[in-house]
Design a protein around this ligand. Structure first.
Ligand SMILES: [Zn+2]
Length: 322
């Protein structure tokens, strides 16, 4: 633990969670192989593919802003012909308006629906949409898009480059780190869980994950899958001990303020049930000390609501015998 000036302890970051150094100009651009490049500022990632007569860009996070175009121009002066949206979230495609108007935008149809709902001039609607899969074959490159159902967000799709054996899936896998808060802000936790296996079903060696410090591997997915199953076990245990925590909450904060009562009960159950999770993963995946309990609590509510796994608990026991 590192003690900061304010006395707050910062857990160590394992070596496996540290990526390449980002140059002082604010971005790193590297060719992975066969014309496929990744661009990162050390926290966000996007990609582009150079083909015979142009460039296909995949996402453009506002954190990188115009640096995405600059990174492309470091590599080639060919025109940007296509833009692929992995999903509708502003933090990944909020800067796509830096690309030329005549570049063809491609996205899954749920992404189109979500963008229609939000009507944001910075995120132009896609010109081409697909339901399950779409092959973009251009200038000697093949880019396959696949949708396997809702996960982190509706429409969040795989971008697979079969020739280069590269897979891109954003906001699901966090190489070297545990997923972001509320299990990566997922709209669909069971779908998020299933995407570990969906990802491993593709033929690839290298993964672009949209976040954090480095590229990913198949092993990163296997490790995160194991972590997520441990989170699920912790959440199941938290459900089991909820009746005990109900007694604790009733005795300490009472029933009058219902939100305080439930918050006390849920947080006490999650904190106790997360202890083995934190012990096992501390030092293996960065961030478990910070977000492990939050993940257990998020999974707890998914088990309650998505899977009806809550034991029968009387939250408000009658005060008098009928
Ligand atoms: Zn997202």
């Amino acid at each position: 633990m590192t003690e900061t000036a304010r006395g707050f302890e910062i857990p160590p970051v394992p070596r496996n969670a540290i990526g390449p150094r980002v140059p002082a100009r604010g971005y790193l651009v590297e060719e992975i192989t066969g014309g496929v490049h990744w661009v990162t500022d050390g926290g966000y990632q996007c990609a582009f593919v150079v083909h015979d007569h142009g460039v296909v860009a995949v996402d453009a996070p506002p954190s990188l802003g115009g640096l995405v175009t600059r990174a492309i121009r470091d590599v080639t002066d060919k025109p940007i012909t296509h833009v692929v949206y992995t999903h509708y979230h502003g933090d990944h495609i909020g800067s796509v308006n830096q690309f030329p108007d005549d570049a063809v935008r491609v996205a899954q149809q749920e992404t189109h629906s979500m963008l229609c709902e939000h009507s944001d001039p910075l995120r132009r609607l896609p010109d081409v949409t697909f339901k399950d899969s779409y092959r973009l074959e251009v200038g000697g490159q093949v880019i396959d898009l696949h949708y396997k159902g809702s996960n982190h967000a509706p429409g969040n799709s795989f971008v697979h480059l079969p020739r280069q054996r590269i897979l891109m899936l954003v906001d699901v896998i966090y190489p070297g780190w545990v997923p972001f808060t509320n299990i990566a802000q997922s709209k669909n936790i069971p779908g998020f869980m299933a995407h570990h296996d969906h990802a491993l079903s593709f033929d690839f060696d290298t993964m672009i994950t949209g976040h954090l410090t480095r590229l990913g591997t198949r092993e990163d997915i296997e490790i995160q899958r194991e972590y997520m199953h441990d989170v699920r076990d912790a959440a199941r245990h938290a459900l089991e001990i909820t009746p005990l925590k109900r007694e604790l909450a009733r005795d300490t904060v009472g029933l009058d303020h219902i939100y305080v009562y439930f918050k006390t009960m849920y947080e006490a159950a999650a904190a106790e049930a997360s202890k083995p999770l934190l012990e096992k993963w501390s030092g293996r995946l960065a961030g478990v000390e910070t977000l492990g309990v939050n993940h257990t609590l998020t999974m707890y509510h998914s088990l309650r609501l998505d899977e009806n796994a809550e034991p029968q608990v009387v939250f408000f026991p009658p005060t008098e015998t009928v």
